[in-house]
Design a protein around this ligand. Structure first.
Ligand code: BG6
Length: 292
């Protein structure tokens, strides 16, 4: 049964059940740490992840808001949401889905690093073959603000050498490693070295779906479908494509040395440009992961 329970180190988490599928979502950051389909784990969490209620959990689906990377130095990298404790509002189950609803409202510590009033809603919906993460940001301030949003999804793969990623051909990406801008020529992108790219939004050509496929059999493994809207109108979104490879994995204290072989990050979001959110404006970023 779907319920509020305790996870690692007694941290509060919600366990969702829908048929034979399950999902775990920590109140810390609203981080989804597990999505099991037919008993098989589809998300990756680091073998060295730290569950101390303060540090962001390394893996699953951390929420990135209000900034991606660290353009504003007074705020931590990827914003404060992934280290904030979200408020649990409700757990709702039906025959076809199970859902949890969280909120986060500006408070003294968020205002200290980002002086804007916001209301965040985060709804995670588990169905028998999909997991939907819907992040809604409402500007409850009198003034407009600018923000980034991103769903930092760590997708579990059997072995990094056995998969490729489809859906980027013809899109321009910023290679964060060389700071260059490149048009993707490949139908399928393999990961055989460090990859850190922001694949750029295109108006009228959404970056959806992006599919992780088995490189040999060409079978799709997981499909990432994204929708992004501002005041109910579709807006363009980017997709970050990341794997730290050998040296960066070693440098990350909360990532096992061999863990880079076990995942690929496909992270839809609005990060290449700030989104201007007017007073009462509503920005929605929704990702659906589906097993094919
Ligand atoms: C990705 C970024 O989204 O997140 C990378 O593109 C970054 O540059 C990675 O290294 C992990 O970030 P963090 O803050 O969780 O270590």
């Amino acid at each position: 049964m779907s319920r509020l329970t305790e996870g690692v180190n007694g941290l509060s988490m919600v366990h969702l059940v829908c048929g034979s599928s399950t999902a775990d979502i920590y109140l810390l950051g609203g981080t989804v740490t597990s999505w099991r389909y037919n008993g098989e784990e589809k998300l990756f969490v680091s073998s060295q992840a730290i569950y101390n209620g303060v540090k962001a959990i390394r893996g699953g689906i951390p929420l990135v808001f209000p900034q991606f990377s660290q353009p504003l130095k007074e705020m931590p990298q990827h914003g404060f949401t992934r280290t904030s404790k979200l408020d649990l509002q409700d757990i709702v189950s039906s025959e076809t889905s199970s859902q949890v609803i969280f909120t986060l409202t500006h408070n003294d510590s968020t205002l200290a690093v980002w002086p804007h009033k916001f209301q965040l809603f985060y709804v995670v919906t588990l169905s028998s073959d999909s997991l939907t993460s819907k992040l809604t940001i409402v500007n409850v301030d009198k003034e407009p603000f600018k923000c980034h949003t991103l769903l930092h999804s760590y997708l579990s793969v059997p072995h990094i050498s056995s998969i490729s990623v489809k859906g980027f051909k013809g899109y321009t990406y910023i290679d964060k490693l060389t700071n260059s801008s490149i048009e993707e020529p490949e139908e399928e992108c393999e990961v055989n070295q460090e990859v850190d790219r922001v694949v750029l939004a295109q108006i009228d050509k959404p970056l959806s779906p992006v599919t992780v496929i088995d490189r040999v059999t060409k079978t799709p493994l997981i499909e990432v479908n994204t929708i992004c809207t501002y005041n109910n109108q579709p807006i363009p979104f980017d997709v970050v494509f990341w794997n730290p490879w050998i040296e960066k994995a070693k440098a990350l204290a909360d990532l096992g040395d061999e863990d880079y072989l076990k995942y690929v990050c496909i992270e839809p979001g609005t990060v290449s440009n700030w989104v201007d959110v007017d007073s009462d404006g509503v920005l929605v970023l929704q990702q659906t992961l589906r097993v094919i």
